[in-house]
Structure formats: structure tokens, C-alpha cells
Design a protein around this ligand. Structure first.
Ligand SMILES: NC(=O)c1ccc[n+]([C@@H]2O[C@H](COP(=O)([O-])OP(=O)(O)OC[C@H]3O[C@@H](n4cnc5c(N)ncnc54)[C@H](OP(=O)(O)O)[C@@H]3O)[C@@H](O)[C@H]2O)c1
Length: 294
């Protein structure tokens, strides 16, 4: 529900930003339903990521274009689903004037998560075979593209709805909801749930499975004798741990997205259509990253 609230008043160490774009993600849904490990004081404005223009700041010149991420924004304090936000100075990251605001708001989490999944945890080597679930989602689509970019021999892109088969990135093999992948060296699972147990046996003995998300379900049951015999390494990914360690990659990843070498599908909606936008996000009808435009 949208409400008029008081104009935010920056405290020392904070800047006032006019929001141009704000992402809406499953993390936001988890926080706003009180299911996340941290809970903001109520009432609060959701939104962990955004982009905008600095209005008032001791650190940044007025008019500086910034993306917003970190400092507890949208998790432990008010976030970006608003026309204006008061943001800790260290959560503001200047971007070039020509960067699209929606892309600036949206790229950091999926691009760095995809990088960590493939390289830091997945240890992808050229010529390996990869399967990706949620392959048209923001993270999944970038995992697919970065795997191909890095020289994976075969990338199998699993989608949960047949309607999304055409949205899979070129170069990957699109697999529908009823299909199982051929054997892979690396599985990157962004949806979780019961299907994960079906997919683990498709990973070669001694291969790796990186666990990223759980939009399709939080519970999974493994047949331990088979899992242990397969020696597949289950590698849970937490960007709370990895985010700061890979933040330096942001400019290069953004450049690849700006030049079109990588593509992040963005579903832009006016902030005034928040209710229907969130319904679509919950129902899996969004392709790529949902971005709210105040
Ligand atoms: N571990 C971490 O630190 C970390 C970091 C970033 C993101 N994540 C998590 O990774 C997951 C994917 O993130 P994302 O940004 O790529 O999300 P997204 O853009 O919304 O994509 C999620 C994909 O999951 C699939 N899906 C399967 N079941 C679904 C359901 N019941 N409801 C909605 N979608 C469903 C959808 O594709 P189909 O319709 O084709 O199935 C959708 O494309 C999320 O759970 C997110 O919280 C975790």
C-alpha cells in the first residue's frame, strides 16, 4: 500500500537522494513479511537497492548520480521504494551520468551473485558443462551469460514455466519444467525446493552444486546414501558474506551490461503500480529484475 510519509531528514553521515529507480526483489518480500534474519523497526519503507540523484550531502556534490546499496538500507532502516530517501553516505556509489537509472539500481546484486556462484564458489573451468535453474530470472540469466562468456562448453537453462523458454539467453539450451538436464559439472540452483533433489543426481560424481535461492520452496529432502556416494559438493552462497568481497567488480560488470556484452532483462513499472507489480513478482510472472520508477 502506498502512503504519503514525512520528507526524510538526513542525520549526520547521511545524504538525501531523489530516487529515480528502485528494485523490488524476493529479498524485499522476505524482509517485508518479517521472514528475514534482520527486521527493520516499523513502520518502514522497503527497498534494498536503488539509484538516484544526490540532493543534499556533505560527502557527494549535489546532482551526483548514485546507486544505493548497503548500510542496512531496506533491511534495518528505510529503503528505496519512495521518491526521496535518506541514505548512509557509505551506501552511495557514484555512477556515470550516462548509466540508465534502472540498470544502475538493478545490476549489482544479480551480477555479483552470478559471478560468485560461477567463479568464487563454483570454480568454473573453461569447457565445463553447466546447468542453471530459474534461468530467466535476474541472477539465473546472468549466470547463463557469464558461464558462456567464460567458455563453458554447454549451458543448460532450466525454466519453471514453458512460457519463459523463449526468454532464455542465446547460446544456452533451454529446458522446460518437465525436463531434466544431461550430466553437468556444475549446477547453479536459484530456485531451491523439491526439484533440487532431482537435479543433484544430474551433477557428475565429484561435481559442484551452488545453492543461491529458494523461491520454489525452502525445504528439500536428500537420499543421503546417494548424495554421499556421488560426492557432489553442495555450496551455499551468501552475498551477505560475499557482497563486500566482490564490490570492486561492480564497475567492470556494469560496463559489460552497458555495452550489451551482457544483458539484464528489466521489467519497469511505475511505483504507483506497486501492488500489481508485487503480485507479479510473487507469482513468478516477472522476467528479469523488477524495477519501480517513482
Ligand atoms: N544467496 C544469496 O545471497 C542471494 C543473492 C541474490 C539472490 N538470491 C536469491 O536468488 C533467487 C533468485 O533471485 P533473482 O533475483 O534471480 O529472482 P528473479 O529474477 O525473481 O528470478 C527468480 C526465478 O525463479 C523462478 N521461480 C521458480 N519458482 C518460483 C516462484 N514460486 N515464484 C517466483 N519465481 C519462481 C522464476 O523462473 P521460472 O518461472 O522459470 O521458474 C524466476 O525467473 C531469489 O530467491 C533470491 O532471493 C540469493
Amino acid at each position: 500500500m502506498l502512503e504519503e510519509v514525512a520528507e526524510p531528514q538526513p542525520l549526520p553521515g547521511e545524504s538525501l537522494v531523489a530516487i529515480e529507480a528502485a528494485t523490488a526483489t524476493h529479498l524485499d518480500l522476505t524482509v517485508l513479511t518479517g521472514s528475514f534474519v534482520a527486521r527493520p523497526p516499523l513502520p518502514y519503507v522497503p527497498g534494498t537497492d536503488g539509484a538516484g540523484v544526490v540532493l543534499e550531502s556533505v560527502v557527494h556534490a549535489s546532482g551526483t548520480r548514485v546507486r544505493i546499496r548497503g548500510g542496512g538500507v531496506g533491511i534495518g532502516r528505510d529503503g528505496t521504494w519512495a521518491q526521496r530517501a535518506s541514505v548512509p553516505d557509505d551506501a552511495l556509489h557514484p555512477v556515470e551520468d550516462d548509466v540508465d537509472a534502472a540498470l544502475a539500481a538493478a545490476f549489482f546484486s544479480p551480477a555479483t551473485t552470478a559471478h560468485v556462484a560461477l567463479h568464487e564458489l563454483g570454480a568454473l573451468a573453461r569447457g565445463e558443462r553447466v546447468a542453471v535453474t530459474g534461468a530467466t530470472g535476474a541472477v539465473g540469466s546472468l549466470v547463463v551469460q557469464l558461464a558462456l562468456h567464460h567458455g563453458a562448453a554447454d549451458v543448460q537453462a532450466l525454466v519453471g514455466r514453458a512460457a519463459k523458454l523463449d526468454s532464455v539467453a542465446p547460446g544456452a539450451r533451454a529446458l522446460g519444467p518437465a525436463e531434466l538436464p544431461d550430466e553437468v559439472d556444475l549446477l547453479v540452483d536459484t530456485v531451491g525446493g523439491a526439484r533440487l533433489a532431482e537435479l543433484i543426481p544430474r551433477v557428475r560424481p565429484g561435481g559442484r552444486a551452488v545453492l543461491v535461492g529458494y523461491t520454489a520452496g525452502v525445504d528439500v529432502t536428500f537420499h543421503l546414501p546417494l548424495l554421499l556416494a556421488s560426492a557432489v559438493r553442495l555450496l551455499p552462497l551468501s552475498m551477505l558474506e560475499w557482497g563486500p568481497r566482490v564490490a570492486h567488480l561492480a564497475p567492470d560488470l556494469l560496463r559489460l551490461l552497458q555495452t550489451g556484452e551482457l544483458r539484464l532483462p528489466i521489467d519497469r513499472r511505475p511505483l504507483s503500480e506497486l501492488t500489481s507489480a508485487l503480485a507479479d513478482l510473487r507469482a513468478g510472472r516477472v522476467v528479469g529484475r523488477l524495477v519501480l520508477l517513482p
